[in-house]
Design a binder for this molecule. Structure first.
Ligand SMILES: [Zn+2]
Length: 264
């Protein structure tokens, strides 16, 4: 699943090409009306955590969530698409650009009222890709939304606490704090909870522009501390990195057993 920084980059690219432009083509295959109309203007493109919202002048917003499979592409009008047209879920044309969303499992058209009552959008915590994200509010949301026995690795992924963190950053953030991701929330003090979210904010914002996602500064682009480094030596202590599964969805998490001992 993409991290929040990926969606913010996508939103920035769509915003540059689409905002303020009038739609010349609207196609939402398989989706019932209402659709934004041809001639309507694109008012806003916004990322909220991993959700992408395209708002138009006729009061409708196209909401996509990519999960593991979806992606947005930008093309010139007669350029060949890099994915099958059959996988297109949203096609938005303006005079010299076609924006196509492929294979997103969530595509819906919402009114402002729908957005206010939306089961996921309504509950999203502060977006850590936003430079003004309220870290104290996000820290307070941990106890509000997560039971004390919930692991900190799951808490960091809970988009109701704060949005933007995905599987990559939760592993990296836990490593940087020397914390086993399987530690229960009740065993993590307030200072550390706030620190974890502050570190996540810094990593996400460092990766909003530039090349490959990098969390280890001073190393080649794409360098990460632990994520996807199973059996490779820890960059701090050379212990082989381990891969575990965490939570009801059993998503993978990486840790150094020496730097992040259980119960530390
Ligand atoms: Zn280590």
């Amino acid at each position: 699943m993409p991290e929040g920084d990926t969606i913010h980059r996508t939103a920035a690219a769509l915003r540059r090409s689409l905002t303020g432009r009038a739609l010349t083509r609207v196609d939402l295959p398989r989706l019932p009306a209402p659709w934004p109309g041809v001639g309507a203007t694109i008012d806003r493109v916004e990322a909220r955590g991993k959700h992408l919202l395209v708002a138009t002048s006729d009061g409708l917003t196209i909401h996509t969530h990519q999960r593991m499979t979806g992606s947005w592409h930008l093309y010139r009008p007669r350029e060949r698409w890099r994915k099958s047209p059959r996988a297109a879920r949203v096609i938005l044309g303006v005079p010299d650009v076609v924006a196509v969303c492929f294979a997103s499992p969530i595509v819906e058209v919402l009114t402002d009222r729908d957005i206010a009552r939306h089961p996921q959008l309504r509950l999203l915590g502060p977006d850590l890709c936003d430079p003004d994200a309220d870290i104290d509010a996000a820290t307070a949301r941990m106890d509000r939304f997560c039971p004390p026995e919930c692991t900190i690795g799951e808490v960091l992924l809970d988009q109701r606490v704060a949005c933007g963190v995905g599987n990559v950053y939760r592993s990296e953030v836990a490593f940087l704090h020397g914390l086993d991701p399987a530690t229960a929330l009740r065993d993590v003090d307030q200072h550390t909870r706030r620190g974890l979210l502050t570190t996540a904010t810094e990593l996400l914002q460092d990766n909003l522009t530039g090349g490959e996602r990098t969390t280890v500064s001073g190393q080649e682009p794409g360098s990460l501390w632990v994520y996807a480094r199973r059996s490779e030596p820890c960059r701090r202590c050379s212990t082989p990195i381990e891969r575990d599964h965490l939570g009801v969805q059993a998503r993978v998490v990486y840790r150094c057993p020496t730097c992040q001992p259980p119960g530390a």
